[in-house]
Design a protein around this ligand. Sequence first.
Ligand code: ZN
Length: 379
Amino acid sequence: MGHEFLGEIVALGPAYDDPARLKRPALYPTLKVGDRIISPFTSSCAECNFCRIGLSSRCVESKLFGSLALPGAQAQYVRIPKAGGTLFLVPRLPSTRGVIDESLLLLGDVLPTGYFAALQALRHPNLQTLIGPDHTPFPGSWMLATSVHQPYSPTELSDDEKVITCAVVGLGPVGICALVSLLDMLDSMQRKYKVLAIDPNQARRAKGAKILAKLGHNRDPAVLVVSPDEALGALKQLNLPFGCHTVLGVVGNNAALELSYNLIHPFGVISSVGVHTNPVFPLTGDELYAKNVSLSFGRCPVRALHPYALDVLVRHQDVFGSVGGDAGLIDKVVGMHDEEVKAVYADFEAGRVGKCLLAPWGFTGDALELQYDVQKINK
Ligand SMILES: [Zn+2]
């Protein structure tokens, strides 16, 4: 559908000559011709309440690239509505040197969405008694200040009880991005953790294992890659009789949701990203009640998360910075010629390739060359 893309600004609309734009919110970047930009898969205005508080996926002006409302980007030129609110300016920081252009494509959707799956799980209030700074649900309560015994005191937890336990169900591109983001967050918290990475597809499990090895989890007994059939047995192997504190469902279908429910710890959080197309929801209210399960669903606010996802991308070029190979998330870059595109779509249908990047201005080998001719766009 062409909803993930990057490129360069070749022309700006009249809004950019309007002095009123200077009064726009700080989120609204000042774009100029020649800037390198990344686009989220939806447009956003940066001016509505949702945009300004970081919930750009529910922008009141939002449109989806590659839908009836807004054409996709499998083209040499793309017209961007609300460009100042939609596009993310690739910063010219020293840390972005060495970041290959192809990997920036992952910021259009899959990496921020995977990051979001982990973020909305680990920041969920239900997990704060385990991972929050004070382990109390209401730190401002006067009762806690006067109580002799604080029921959630972290000093009363054993080392085993402090281990954060997670599962990632689905190891496609978004699932891998969720797994890398999750491990990145857990490492930054300097806490012990156990993680199950689950996928029914052997090739995806193999890729997941290769990526985990790159991240230093080769044969790590606390991080296991298993099939759905092996998942409940793996809980026993990890000594998790009550399940995982959070399950990231990436990208959800009913079988994955049912498995997520079977894996979730009481008071746990199932964080699901991606579109659910099955009209029947597989879990009942009674089941959710029986485990006090919280469900976090919905579209990732990609534009708001771009700076954070870029940070993960820069620090994990070991995972994201290659095309093809056993561990690469982008399998192939092809030119945008009819025969090449038809062949790559056929390969995708047959499961011979995963994510492929179309280079509309040609591809010269080591680096993606984003060339353009300003004269052409003015015709
Ligand atoms: Zn908005």
